[in-house]
Design a protein around this ligand. Structure first.
Ligand SMILES: Nc1nc2c(ncn2[C@@H]2O[C@H](COP(=O)(O)OP(=O)(O)OP(=O)(O)O)[C@@H](O)[C@H]2O)c(=O)[nH]1
Ligand SMILES: [Mg+2]
Length: 328
């Protein structure tokens, strides 16, 4: 990494440039970088784990960026240090980042106690959140005691983010929960907190109704935690109203799941499933870059598409080729 390698000492000192370089290092796919990254992460691990980890999701335009800016400024005003990471499924596919380009948290970005990191560009095989967990550990080692992980509300990225945070917060629009259909569309079992944003001006009344509807619906979901029943809060990220209530709710949550021991327990489970997803991703990378697989893949895929070969048989052929190669 161009001369000055990020060291654990520089990280611990809270140096944001060292942190940015460290995250770049763990995102790198170069073999020598990966060794360095592994060393750094091993040193970071015992320094991490004390932060409050919050996942934030919501449909495009619901106000995620505005909300993170408002809640982030509030969190800083309480003396915390905040890291904001972004998981953007579009960047994994296209190499460009939708969220990255639009994520303009102008005020927050100026604050010395905030660190904002857009989604890594470029092609990542495996989960879209693959390196975000590592980045989170590095942020925590660098003394950031609150971490937001933002993602857009589509598909697998929500599940992956929910699986790396303590509290998963879902932003919804006023009016999105007025009928059962809307709630069913909007909600998943992942939400520990639903925030109805844009509760201001003409939308205030609608936001109140939506909040009440979600509060009812949340009580009916099968609980993710013994000690926590999901809640719904209305806020205006533009006017700043309700933002303190959102943060108070997050603090009530951490107090409850710490007292019950569930947060610690959940983190153990998350770490184990992280290991398995790492194994899955690594194996898949090795498989897809194996010369024998690369040679056979185009033809086999064509045969499967044409119905000349069953998917099961095709997979077996490719795995055989791969395993023989691995055996030397
Ligand atoms: N009235 C009102 N408008 C809001 C509020 N929060 C955000 N908006 C507006 O909603 C629009 C979208 O806000 P963003 O924060 O960019 O939303 P986002 O969810 O980050 O959008 P994407 O990044 O495109 O997914 C902007 O015009 C905001 O000004 C709010 O609390 N009240
Ligand atoms: Mg945004």
């Amino acid at each position: 990494m161009d001369g000055s390698e990020p060291t654990i000492d520089a990280l611990q000192g809270g140096d944001r440039r060292a942190l940015a370089r460290a995250i770049t290092l763990v995102e790198s796919t170069r073999a020598d970088h990966r060794d360095e990254a592994a060393t750094l992460l091993a040193a970071a691990l015992p320094l991490s784990g004390d932060a409050v980890r919050v996942g934030i999701t919501g449909p495009p335009g619901v106000g995620k960026s505005t909300f993170i800016e408002a809640l982030g400024m509030h969190v800083l005003s309480l003396g915390h240090r905040l890291a904001v990471l972004t998981v953007d499924p579009s960047s994994a596919r296209s190499g460009g980042s939708i969220l990255g380009d639009k994520t303009r948290m102008v005020e927050l970005a100026k604050q010395p106690d905030a660190f904002i990191r857009p989604s890594p560009g470029g092609r990542h095989l495996g989960g879209v959140a693959r390196r975000t967990r590592d980045a989170m550990l590095l942020c925590e080692a660098a003394g950031f005691d609150v971490v937001f992980v933002e993602t857009i509300g589509v598909g697998q990225s929500e599940v992956e983010v929910a699986d790396m945070v303590d509290l998963f917060c879902m932003l919804v629009n006023p009016g999105s929960g007025d009928d059962l259909q809307g709630i069913k569309r909007g909600i998943t079992e992942l939400a520990d907190l639903v925030v109805v944003n844009k509760s201001d001006g003409d939308l205030t009344a609608a936001a109140g109704r939506t909040r009440a509807a979600y509060a009812d619906a949340l009580g009916l979901l099968s609980p993710r935690w013994q000690a926590w029943t999901p809640r719904a809060v209305a806020c205006s990220s533009v006017e700043g109203t309700g933002i303190d209530e959102v943060w108070d709710t997050i603090e009530s949550f951490t107090a409850a799941v710490d007292a019950s021991g569930e947060r610690q327990q959940r983190r153990g489970t998350q770490a184990r499933s992280w290991m398995w997803s790492e194994i899955r991703d690594e194996l898949l990378d090795d498989f897809r870059s194996d010369p024998r697989v690369v040679d056979r893949l185009p033809l086999v895929e064509k045969q499967v598409e044409a119905g000349d070969l069953t998917p099961t048989e095709a997979a077996r052929q490719l795995l055989d080729a791969f395993e023989h190669d691995a055996d030397g």
